[in-house]
Ligand binder design. Structure first.
Ligand code: HEC
Length: 224
């Protein structure tokens, strides 16, 4: 009888071990590299927008230029979402929005709100008259100033090669994503995603120095 009990116990243990082993084997088939718990995007990371990229590409308004493909499209879309809000939900074929009117945006921008945002720039830029160059050049009077022209600052070759002046338009593009606007720039700043924030910062910058060039006129079609 004793022997029988040992035999049963032994069989049970062997059976349990076998079951465990096969479970393990099965899990191995499901998650061959063993990192089933790793998310493609960690929470808090900038996730790609959950939109149908094919439809965004199809419905892209010609006036916004070539959206490109894949990651570039995602980045471009993410940025353009602010400019053309209807695009984010355009999977249903909503009418293409009018291109953003910077004149209208600047007219309603609040320079004080822009000043409050300047803490994002202050770690690298001084913006007082006669202030020093820091990691970036002094920004006093930068609106209307020729690109890469502040005395005593060692600009990147990309910035030096850019040419032209800092118009409202150019600043608006640059501040959205410096590295995308001027590849090779050494301004390592992700950019201000919201068009309203950019307009406010630019309006504040224009209030420094000689007041900057006249604001672009709001488009008469704005708001239609
Ligand atoms: C991490 C540091 C850093 C931050 C933050 C930063 N910048 Fe810059 N910025 C730079 C550097 C460096 C350059 C020079 C870029 C080059 O030469 O390629 C620059 C250049 C510029 C220029 C071109 C100036 C010229 O003389 O041609 C403008 C305009 C500018 N920054 C605006 C801003 C604004 C506005 C902010 C805040 C919203 C900001 N930057 C935040 C480092 C920074």
């Amino acid at each position: 009888m004793n022997r029988m009990r040992w035999l049963v116990t032994g069989l049970c243990v062997a059976g349990a071990a076998g079951a465990l082993w096969s479970l393990n084997w099965f899990a191995g088939q499901l998650y061959p590299n063993g990192d089933a718990g790793t998310l493609a995007y960690k929470p808090g990371e900038d996730m790609p927008p959950r939109v149908d990229m094919a439809s965004v590409q199809r419905d892209w308004p010609a006036s916004l230029g070539d959206p490109g493909e894949g990651r570039r499209l995602i980045a471009y879309h993410r940025d353009m979402r602010g400019k053309a809000p209807a695009l984010a939900s355009s999977a249903g074929g909503a009418p293409a929005p009018a291109p953003l009117d910077l004149g209208t945006l600047l007219a309603s921008a609040d320079a004080n709100a822009g000043k409050a945002k300047m803490h994002l720039c202050a770690s690298c830029h001084a913006f007082s008259q006669g202030g020093p160059n820091r990691i970036g050049p002094n920004l006093w009077g930068v609106v209307g100033r020729p690109v890469a022209s502040h005395a005593g600052f060692a600009y990147s070759p990309a910035m030096k090669a850019h040419g032209g002046s800092w118009t409202y338009d150019k600043l608006f593009e640059f501040l959205a994503s410096p590295a995308r606007d001027i590849p090779g720039t050494k301004m390592s700043f992700a950019g201000l995603r919201r068009p309203e924030d950019r307009a406010a910062v630019i309006k504040y910058l224009a209030s420094l120095g000689n007041g900057g060039p006249p604001l672009p006129a709001p488009s008469p079609q704005a708001g239609q």
